[in-house]
Design a binder for this molecule. Sequence first.
Ligand code: GDP
Ligand code: MG
Length: 676
Amino acid sequence: MQDTSNNNNCSVIALLGNPNSGKTTLFNNLTGSHQYVGNWPGVTVEKKEGICRHGEQSAKIVDLPGVYSLTAYSPDEVVARNFILDGNPDIVVNIVDGSSLERHLYLTLQLLEMGAPVVMVLNMMDVVNARKHKIDIKALEKELNVKVVPMSASRNEGTTELKKIICALDDHGVACPTLKINYGRDVESEIKHLLPAIENSVLGKKYPARWIAVKLLERDSEIVGRFQESEGEGAPVLKALAESTLRLEGIYGDEAETLIADARYGFISGLIKDTYSRPYHEAASFTDKLDRVLVNRWAGIPIFIALMFLLFQFVFTASEPLMGGIEQVFEWLGEMASGISPGWLASLISDGIIGGLGAVMVFIPPIFLMFIAIAILEDTGYMARAAFIMDKAMHKLGLHGRSFIPMMLGFGCTIPAVMACRTIDNPRDRITTMLITPFMSCGARLPIYVLFAGAFFSAHQGLVLFSMYLIGIVIAVLFAFIFRKTIQKGESAHFVMELPPYRLPTFKSIFIHTWERGKHFLSRAATVILGAVIIIWVLGSLPWGIEYASQDSVLGIVGSWIAPLLGPAGIGHWAIAVSLITGFVAKEVVVATLGAVLLTGSGLLGDALVAQLGWGPLNAYAFMVFCLLYIPCVATISVIRAESGTWKWAAFTAVYTIAVAWIVSTLIFQIGSLLF
Ligand code: GDP
Ligand code: MG
């Protein structure tokens, strides 16, 4: 075999593609008669090399075995993968069959995840054109961050274009940022669990650590084997892997193995949806057909809004009887406690703890139902569709859909939502998303809506509830737009929105995902909210001797002092002012405070509100909007500080959200007063 080893002025180009992608045809077009055939060392896999010339320049072409993936199941795959990892090719030319792009992209993704310097050849363009299919090459290049060369290898079309790229290559090579696929909450958290141990190992310093983590979770025998061989430093990695595997199987059972492949297919579906168009009548799979409707350019958003509306209606209707039951239990407990002596203790237990805590606990049913609904939407794959649909809409505002995922998570709790902003690489997009996520109505705000909608809007509770979520989304999008035009000006990065296959969720995964969010609410009730309730009781009982929680108490005095500021919004009642201040601890505390302050003796809090506030529906609505928009809880503010790395954005969030809440609720009340 002739020596064609790498010399100074000759770059090495690896040719990789699925069988029948046209690799041999391209290889012949590039190299002509300059070919050398041998074997890869140690295996009976054929090795072909050749020289490609373009004018004065030349490059060495190495033809890798035709493979469907780089999982290291077969000797072919091992040869191809090791050459890409260790052979230091200057470019990997990935040839894909454009007429079955979806299938061929699976290999491309794996290459890009390895951080290989890829140039993509989009072959069989003659077939694509004959079928009247269209591929948006610019979009494909932008979303994958690679150079794409359209080609018809059998007609020798596109060869010169490719030769120019590979032969004109000088020292800087092709820049190709490593592709980061979003594998979903559970897998991502295991990747994070594995990374520290991997980064400490020799292998982790040689190859991209994230790629190794994904390979380990896929149980790639070769990579696992390498860690098993290096006992000393391999042990922590394997230990972490065992823990991760156990956790994932705990949630997904047998399906855990398919999670990673599903995420890749989801990425590809999203990419295809953005870049590939075929005549309408050619619908294919079940997922395709369903997506034709759910991800439709015109119907997508109305369907999304309708689904959300039905969901809130369901949450409200289904939880009503359950809430009634819990309400009765606490009422009964309150009556029992009011008999205790001395009198102050009876007041602490019945007015303070039972009144305040009970007011919050009543909302366990709607909160859990809401979390179940979110888990179902996530696990079926619809949530990703929602983000996909919104991506299109948000692009029109100069944003992108990646930001919509944290926003959707914000329906559960703002804290994990702010943390999810980490997946957004562009710092401007990340900060912007962090700043607007608090407008997404979290579970803790639900009790406030349910309480006030129930008390003041007997007929249209579902609609009122739904409108709160909608106002939150609209304000969030509006401010994202404003920020991207002002304090966070700059280009928005391009991302592929995943479209994972639809699947029937398992009870187990729904249960675990619901519980993950719900337990947070329960533990807050037992700690933060209980503590707040006791402090409120103390402040409501001082100075000594006054009537509990009257306007003469410390609470009443502070509330009366602040209340006038809230007058323009129609919510200038001292008890409301107090509840908004204490709501900074956690939004559930708004309700707990009202329960502790306004509910003296037994009865229903809703009735007490109507009797004592002297409000109409408009006041109540303005208050709900204020609660939706004003400063997120103290935990969120501290997470924004941690995630943005500076107090600046945390303080900014606190101030601007209060201003927005005041302005919007005042507008609603003032305009509403004119109309009704
Ligand atoms: P390999 O298996 O990847 O090496 O693919 P080959 O180069 O052997 O090609 C497989 C088949 O596809 C052959 O019949 C080629 O003639 C055909 N082919 C290659 N490129 C093109 C193309 O651009 N258009 C069309 N229509 N056929 C092609
Ligand atoms: Mg071949």
